[in-house]
Design a protein around this ligand. Structure first.
Ligand SMILES: Nc1ncnc2c1ncn2[C@@H]1O[C@H](COP(=O)(O)OP(=O)(O)OP(=O)(O)O)[C@@H](O)[C@H]1O
Length: 326
């Protein structure tokens, strides 16, 4: 759906995108990064609204440098900032946007009614937008991005300004944009946890650079830690040590987790493949020990942000994003 190759955007004082190469397929993809990471800049380049300084990019096989208009016909865009006229109703506004994208009057009205219903605006749709809550405004912005039945939508921070309930509702809507209509979605957020729940794929950018791109399950599975606690027996008075030695002998790296508060005799091991679980089960059975606890500590995407040098000015934002995202 989207392919970029060494894409850079330099402003006089800042490099917003730095040789970004990424491929994004169909489905719901999250573009994650702290404020200023370059997400909005990337979206504007992909829509053909802002030229890249270097590199190239394609959206739906169309070149962003030369085919911006064709891209915007096929792609919906929900901008980050409030851009709605306060004195017209949602219906009037969305019909207008549908007409702007080339739909004839009747089709524009029908599509508007369907789309507003889909995003959860009913009677309120006839009232002026100026009196809407933030959540309702976000829904109108989403509706105008969908009304011309695009193949792909770019949603820039759609949960901004929403309370937790509003956020969950918006994330549910975004999921349904794909499942109900087959429209692929690129959604940005600085809140990592919410994209982890909503997206099939996640692309993480930091300081304009690609930090990581993979499926959401890869993100979480490859970093799963297993906490393990076993009983002691007469044969193995220190069951924890026996398991650790046996797992070591089979090439599994095990850490002693007993230093952790309240952890007791706990071993921590990194699960790299499905077979690790079988191996653990076999080792415990062979030693004749009882299993007290086997618990997954699922790591979050947020952790990709904690592996850097931890020194630059983006740190505070990362921490904030991690804190809100879990
Ligand atoms: N028109 C511009 N002129 C100069 N600098 C810009 C311009 N647009 C963006 N930038 C800078 O480029 C960097 C990336 O900005 P961008 O808006 O793409 O980030 P973002 O990840 O979308 O964050 P946010 O969610 O805060 O918008 C920032 O340092 C920003 O200040």
């Amino acid at each position: 759906m989207i392919a970029t190759e060494s894409l850079s955007k330099r402003f006089p004082k800042v490099t917003a995108l730095d040789r970004l190469t990424v491929d994004i397929g169909p489905g719901v993809t999250g573009l994650v990064g702290a404020n200023g990471a370059g997400k909005s800049t990337l979206i504007k380049i992909l829509l053909g609204l802002s030229p890249a300084t270097e590199g190239r990019a394609e959206v739906l096989g169309l070149d962003v440098a030369t085919e911006g208009a064709a891209i915007r016909e096929r792609v919906g865009y929900m901008p980050e900032h409030d851009c709605l006229p306060p004195d017209v109703s949602a219906t009037e506004f969305v019909v207008h946007m549908a007409r702007m994208s080339g739909l004839p009057p009747t089709a524009a009205r029908e599509r508007t009614a369907d789309t507003l219903r889909h995003v959860g605006l009913y009677e309120e749709r006839y009232r002026p937008i100026g009196g809407y809550s933030t959540g309702m405004k976000q829904r109108v912005k989403l509706a105008q991005a969908l009304v011309h039945d695009p193949q792909l939508v770019f949603l820039d921070e759609p949960t901004n300004g929403l309370d937790p309930v509003g956020r969950d509702e918006m994330l549910g809507l975004i999921r349904r944009v794909h499942t109900d209509f087959g429209i692929s979605v690129l959604v940005t957020s600085h809140l990592l946890g919410e994209l982890e729940r909503t997206c099939d794929h996640v692309v993480v950018v930091d300081g304009g650079k690609l930090l990581r791109a993979s499926s959401t399950t890869d993100f979480t599975q490859t970093t799963t830690t297993l906490a393990l606690e076993v009983t002691d027996t007469d044969t193995h008075p220190d069951g924890t040590r026996a398991v650790r030695d046996a797992l070591h002998a089979r090439g599994v790296t095990v850490q002693d987790g007993s230093g952790l508060p309240g952890a007791g005799h706990v071993l921590l091991l990194t699960v790299t493949a499905e077979e690790t679980y079988d191996l653990v089960r076999d080792v415990i059975a062979e030693l004749g020990l009882g299993l007290v606890r086997m618990e997954q500590r699922r790591h979050h995407i947020a952790e990709v942000f904690t592996t850097g040098d931890g020194q630059d000015e983006r740190d505070e934002q990362r921490k904030e994003a991690v804190g809100h995202g879990g």
